[in-house]
Design a protein around this ligand. Structure first.
Ligand SMILES: Cc1cc2nc3c(=O)[nH]c(=O)nc-3n(C[C@H](O)[C@H](O)[C@H](O)COP(=O)(O)O)c2cc1C
Ligand code: SF4
Length: 473
């Protein structure tokens, strides 16, 4: 099948700059809605009225650019492992989405989909690497829309973070540095490779649009390729893509631009971003982290190793981490990260992540989903409070893009407060919806309902990533 064309795409419009417009995060979302859809603006006005009247903010609608969702709950991307080996839909996978959509969540992010046929971070994930997927996904889109939810495709390139066994033949990365999780040493991507990757992301996003998805999220968190470029630990390049945070964000910004050019100004593009790559950097060194994360035995070991790192590396790290810099002055404070094998460095730190978010806003991103830590989710001791709430609150204040907070959202009242007081636009839920796909409906009936999910991570190793608990009676 040849490359399909997208008659709606308005590639000539270029990218938007809401940051230049000087709007707030809330207003940024509203402004986009006003610009694109008058009816959406009316709904937004109702939303403000409802919140002022004391109604639950969480069941108000929310906009991510031109995407309008019925509530502020988002199913965070969850690799189900239920596609075929080639990434094709199966009846089981369709059923997962039918159940989720019926369960009340406003927006569903799919499990990550691979954008290149021979590169796959995990087995049996979804694919979007050629045009034959377009027709296949129409049924999925219809199933979700019929139940009143929105569907956003998450796309990823794994690079050295792959868990596929055997891994893809030619694994690209920012630099030929061993991945700390897999040990895989990727091939340093050449300029031609980078161009191919940009094209692959853009083609995937265009296919998603033609298939009817309501948006696409670029996975730039959790140690996959886009997040590797942001990390000075894995990105040791000395060209325009490495060194300062301004350089390290360049590839992601170029991917965003390529996608925007492929689908036009109105198609929602989201990014999932780590607020920090390492748990120790979530300890508020820059006044932007401060989530209540716990320490596990594995973490304690890592901390010990980190403590043994040389003084020079620690000093360089401190220069990147500390200080109450605004997003505007982050780049000035960030050194060029002269990493060597002898000075193991931290990954992305909160202050830099704020700068990345500001750049993404300048490049017209419609929402940023905040995650963190290369392990993506924390063990059960951490459950109860959102992991990255204080970073997300600061991001919402500083960057004019709706913020989706993901990780550890378990309590309705906490989310309600974060929405009202800190301007968090929406809340991602992964494991709670694995456990109870209808949790949002349950919350609508009883906001005090406690989710059943124990955050035990058992579902991370079951076939189809099913919950290990018996079904609710
Ligand atoms: C089984 C499983 C699969 C996941 N797959 C993805 C994925 O495809 N893409 C992604 O960005 N995050 C993925 N995550 C991470 C979640 O989206 C989320 O960031 C994390 O689980 C924290 O949210 P929670 O506390 O609500 O579970 C996955 C998590 C689990 C447990
Ligand atoms: S297996 Fe554990 S973490 Fe996963 S959904 Fe069930 S209770 Fe939650």
């Amino acid at each position: 099948m040849g490359e399909e064309t997208c008659p709606e795409a308005d590639a000539g419009e270029g990218v938007r700059s809401r940051a230049e417009a000087g709007v707030t995060a809330e207003a940024g979302a509203m402004a986009a809605a006003v610009a694109t859809e008058a009816t959406v603006a009316e709904e937004a006005a109702e939303t403000v009225g409802a919140a002022a009247a004391g109604a639950s903010t969480l069941f108000d609608g929310v906009s991510f650019g031109s995407l309008r969702a019925k509530n502020r709950f988002v199913r965070a991307a969850t690799w189900e492992g239920l596609a075929t080996d080639e990434g094709r839909m199966t009846p089981e996978l369709l059923e997962v989405y039918r159940e989720l959509a019926a369960g009340g969540v406003g927006t569903i992010l799919t499990g990550y989909a691979h954008i290149v046929a021979d590169e796959q971070p995990n087995p049996r994930m979804m694919g979007i690497y050629d045009d034959s997927f377009v027709d296949e996904y129409r049924e999925l889109v219809d199933v979700v829309h019929e139940a009143g939810a929105r569907l956003v495709l998450q796309v990823a390139y794994g690079g050295s973070a792959t868990r596929l066994d055997p891994p893809s033949k030619r694994i690209l990365g920012p630099s030929a540095v061993a991945n700390p999780k897999t040990g895989i040493v990727p091939v340093e991507a050449s300029e031609d490779d980078l161009a191919s990757l940009r094209d692959a992301f853009a083609a995937a996003v265009r296919r998603a649009r033609v298939a009817g998805f309501d948006g696409v999220e670029l996975h730039a968190a959790h140690g996959y390729l886009l997040s590797q470029f942001l990390s000075p630990r894995l990105n040791r390049r000395t060209d325009a893509y490495g060194g300062s945070i301004e350089n390290r964000v360049r590839f992601l910004a170029e991917v965003v631009d390529a996608c925007r050019n492929a689908v036009g100004d109105r198609f929602p593009l989201l990014v999932k971003l780590n607020c920090a790559d390492e748990r120790r950097d979530l300890d508020d060194a820059a006044g932007v982290g401060a989530p209540s994360v716990c320490t596990t035995e594995a973490d304690a070991g890592a901390s010990g190793a980190n403590a043994a790192a040389g003084d020079a590396a620690a000093a360089a790290d401190a220069a990147r981490v500390e200080g109450e810099a605004s997003t505007a002055d982050v780049s000035a404070a960030a050194p060029a990260a002269p990493a060597t094998a002898e000075t193991p460095e931290r990954g992305l730190v909160p202050k830099e992540s704020l700068r990345v978010a500001a750049v993404l806003a300048e490049h017209g991103i419609d929402a940023i989903e905040v995650s963190g830590d290369w392990h993506a989710f924390s063990p059960k001791e951490c459950a109860g409070e959102p992991f990255f709430a204080s970073f997300a609150a600061r991001l919402a204040r500083q960057v004019p893009v709706p913020v989706i907070l993901t990780g550890g959202n378990r309590r309705f009242d906490v989310m309600e407060r974060l929405a009202r007081e800190d301007g968090i636009a929406a809340f991602g839920l992964c494991r709670p919806l694995v456990c109870e796909p209808d949790l949002v409906n349950r919350w609508q009936k009883d906001p005090h309902a406690a989710p059943r999910c124990l955050s035990c991570n058992g579902c991370n190793s079951t076939p189809g990533h099913r919950c290990i608990l018996p079904p609710r009676r």
